[in-house]
Design a protein around this ligand. Structure first.
Ligand code: NAD
Length: 475
């Protein structure tokens, strides 16, 4: 086992392996170097894929109950090392301890719950002449690629269903947050047969090489829509299966019958959890004219109670932006927003540093065609928008290429459900947000993704249907 902040290795074919090239891992709260980790090259990718391919027949033939047991054991191992993961996650990702606890606890729970899922054969026909059954068979080697906002949980969302269904895997975390995932690889070595789960930290070029590798059958990707498009094009070369969980620009619609103070608090966390680096953060808040001023003022007031700082420190509610690239993007959006001439109610300018800190920024009713409304900020910059007509707000909410999630807030849940039914998004929450579960299908509509994760539908994404038709009369 490595020291918590040094000696990280790739996991290839059950062995811990180094690489000549290194990636620097930066603490976003201080901009200090935490450590360097190996940056896998194409040769190491080939070795990892070859190992996963070798391991596949025996893993596929391993009884389901055994595979399930090992995936649950991975959850147990995360639980045993929860405090290490807490330190790693708060330091490399920047998130506050409460968020890290949620992510680590979720990872344990997901391993255990997915380990109880299975896809039973479907008996389609059983007549005098023939028996027709559809089975779900694994695909082979899965290539998984994850982003930097929830590095541990989003890896588990891929590892658990892929391995339970009998696939083997090569997984690449984001170069910005490789530590938790490399540690996961070390723990996995003690649980799974060699080659079943290979972990390669590496840059974007390694990601691209995974998506075009001829011995990889499927890509499961979570990240930006721009990268998702490239992956879909690359995977077309040999018709790889794909699951894409991409970006979002989630609308929240606040009806006039809400309690403004409670709604403001709920909307605050819907928008700013994980410092708004959340694919399903509320990113545009449409507030009915009748309560706009009250909700807006309550939001500003609540914002002033929230503590921004180093996620590793007790008492911090929101951490920094995870990396300099994203920090610069958010600052650029702030500059564009300042030039609009609309009122910025709180925040508006990055703090001086060190650390990639952006204060909570609330923008008062910017135009619908401004960048702060149209783009996914992926940082704590939130436009508040007035509406007075339901048809109009539904049209505006749907007026985006994205369709990940949405929320509707109202004392009248029937009314809210009627609006939810008109929203073009994979998930619509009513009077709450960010409820996920191993049994709840999650996936984006439109350019927010393709396919789903979680639930039996998510499990099925790691399989091909295979129909066996048996003639009953002897030949
Ligand atoms: P990103 O697309 O830049 O990177 C994600 C991963 O893809 C990284 O591991 C990166 O190295 C790799 N990558 C980059 N270029 C690649 C290429 N050409 N081929 C293959 N892999 C490549 O995304 P990010 O900035 O890390 O994450 C932020 C984005 O992720 C946001 O848009 C957010 O909304 C989205 N996201 C979506 C979900 C979801 O479930 N829908 C969850 C979390 C984040």
């Amino acid at each position: 086992m490595t020291d918590l902040f040094s000696d990280y290795r790739l996991t290839i074919d059950g062995a811990l392996v180094d690489a000549g090239k290194r990636i620097e891992v930066i603490n976003p709260a201080t901009e200090d170097l935490i450590c360097t980790v190996p940056s896998a090259g194409f040769e190491q990718l080939n070795e990892a894929v070859a190992a996963a391919k070798r391991a596949y027949p025996a893993w596929r033939a391993t009884p389901l109950a055994e595979r399930q047991r090992m995936v649950a054991a991975l959850g147990d191992a995360i639980e045993v090392h929860a405090e290490d993961f807490m330190r790693l996650l708060t330091m490399e990702q920047g998130k506050a301890r409460a968020g890290a606890e949620w992510e680590i606890g979720g990872s344990v729970a997901w391993c255990r719950a997915i380990a109880e899922q299975s896809l039973e054969p479907e008996l389609v026909e059983d007549g005098p002449e023939r028996r027709v059954e559809t089975l779900r068979v694994p695909l082979g080697v899965v290539g998984a690629i994850t982003p930097w906002n929830f590095p541990l949980l989003l890896a588990i969302w891929k590892i658990a269903p892929a391995l339970v269904t009998g696939n083997t895997m090569v997984l690449k975390p984001s170069p910005y947050t490789p530590l938790c995932t490399l540690k996961l690889g070390e723990l996995a070595r003690e649980i799974f047969p060699k080659g079943v789960l290979n972990i390669l930290s590496g840059d974007d070029a390694l990601g691209a090489a995974i998506t075009s590798h001829p011995d990889i059958a499927k890509i499961s990707f979570t990240g930006s829509t721009a990268t998702g498009r490239k992956i879909m094009a690359s995977a077309a070369g040999d018709l790889k299966r794909i699951t894409l969980e991409l970006g979002g620009n989630d609308p929240a619609i606040v009806l006039p019958d809400v309690d403004p103070k409670q709604a403001a608090k709920d909307i605050f966390w819907a928008a700013f959890q994980n410092s708004a680096q959340f694919c399903v953060a509320a990113k545009r808040v449409y507030i009915h004219n009748d309560v706009y001023d009250e909700v807006r003022d309550a939001l500003v007031e609540y914002s002033s109670t929230v503590k921004i700082g180093d996620g590793a420190q007790q008492g911090t509610d929101l951490g920094p932006i995870q990396n300099r690239m994203q920090y610069e993007k958010v600052k650029d959006l702030l500059a564009d927003t300042a030039a609009l001439g609309v009122s910025v109610l709180t925040g508006g300018a990055a703090s001086k540093g060190p650390g990639y800190f952006i204060p909570v920024t609330l923008v008062d009713n910017p135009p619908d065609d401004s960048r702060v409304v149209r783009e996914e900020a992926f940082g704590p910059v939130l436009p508040l928008l007035r509406f007075s007509d339901i048809d109009d707000v539904v049209r505006r909410a749907n007026g985006t290429e994205y369709g990940l999630a949405a929320s509707v807030w109202s004392a009248d849940t029937e009314k809210a459900r009627a609006i939810a039914a008109r929203i073009e998004a994979g998930t619509v929450w009513i009077n709450e947000v960010h409820i996920f579960g191993p049994h709840i299908a999650f996936g984006g509509h439109k350019q927010s993704g393709m396919g789903v994760e979680n639930a039996l539908e998510g499990l099925a994404e790691y399989t091909n249907p295979q129909t066996i038709i048996t003639k009953k009369v002897a030949v």
